[in-house]
Design a protein around this ligand. Structure first.
Ligand code: ADP
Length: 303
């Protein structure tokens, strides 16, 4: 089983072309709403990959909170540790240019900012006996991330940190991290190494290894993943797909990888399944709506 500590948002996506300039109002061509937020995306990804999954997070006592909880439950995610707090649920307001596909996004954390270290520690202590793997991202308060890392060290849990969105972190966090899976931008911000090719990705990955992270996976979108760990260094090519929307590819990768580790799959097999899941997520629009099931990944890998 896995635990996901992280954000829960409702994504509100409008499309128009062109997009309005400041002060302008115009009629768009489509609207969609759905569950998003890096934490919720990873929880759905882990659950669809077959893991028993618990979410630790917060939503508001509003209709979006209900929508988010229902969507998590519909995927079988245990929401007992999702707190309902006063005020609104987190939202991502996404505007897509219907012609170019380019988007601009405003995220308002709202309830996600109410998640506390004390609550996370309590949840991990309770869930630890059945959940050896914990997934974490950076859309909840920094002190929550630090508390998660400390608790994972203490309880002997494998923490998978997706350091997204990119943000500077205090060095102490890395002692508690078992696996880090930054993309190129995040790897660069944290390590200072500009990641442009396999060699620079490897150099950036070593920065994490030197700080005690056991497995480092630098994800490079369609250019593959560079992995540095006790088994050495490898450059794994990406699967060939035609992306339509890369939203949640990284979350799908992290969730599927966490589920595979929790299931005890051999490391190369776990990486292969995560890469296939991430690739498939780019072939459909939306966040949680694009995340494949284990059966879809199986079918894809069989060709
Ligand atoms: P993020 O979404 O966090 O920026 P990436 O873009 O690196 O992360 O995507 C995460 C993973 O999803 C990649 O390592 C890869 O396995 C898969 N993926 C993403 N984009 C593509 C693509 N265009 N083709 C194939 N696989 C992809």
């Amino acid at each position: 089983a896995v635990v996901v500590v992280g954000s829960i948002n409702v994504d509100l996506t409008v499309a128009a072309s062109p997009l309005p300039r400041p002060g302008e109002t115009l009629t768009g061509s489509s609207f969609a709403s759905g569950l998003g937020g890096k934490g919720a995306n990873q929880a759905v990804a882990a659950a669809r990959a077959g893991a028993t999954t618990s979410m630790v997070g917060a939503v508001g006592r509003d209709t979006f909170g209900t929508l988010a909880l229902d969507a998590l439950r519909a995927d079988g995610v245990d929401v007992d540790w999702v707190e309902e707090v006063d005020g609104p649920t987190g939202v991502a307001h996404i505007r897509v240019d219907a012609r170019t596909g380019e988007n601009s996004i405003v995220i308002v954390p709202e309830a996600n900012g109410a998640l506390t270290p004390a609550r996370v520690e309590e949840s991990l202590r309770e869930l630890a006996p059945s959940s050896p793997v914990v997934l974490l991202q950076l859309e909840t308060p920094l002190e929550v991330a630090l508390a998660t890392a400390r608790a994972c060290s203490e309880l002997g849990l494998k923490l998978v940190l997706d350091p997204a969105p990119a943000a500077p972190l205090p060095d102490e966090i890395w002692e508690g991290v078992w696996l880090a899976c930054p993309n190129e931008t995040e790897a660069e911000l944290l390590t200072g190494t500009r990641v442009t090719d396999v060699r620079s990705a490897e150099r950036a990955a070593r920065w994490f290894s030197e700080r005690g992270v056991r497995q480092v996976v630098v994800t490079r979108g369609g250019r593959g993943t560079v992995v540095v760990g006790p088994g050495g260094t490898s450059d794994i090519p990406a699967f060939g797909v035609t992306p339509v929307d890369t939203t949640a590819a990284g979350d799908t990768f992290a969730g599927a990888l966490g589920a595979a580790v929790a299931a005890g799959l051999a490391w190369p097999v776990a990486l292969r399944r995560a890469a296939a899941a991430g690739a498939l997520a780019t072939t459909k629009p939306g966040a949680t709506s694009s995340i494949p099931t284990a059966a879809e990944v199986d079918a894809y890998l069989k060709g």
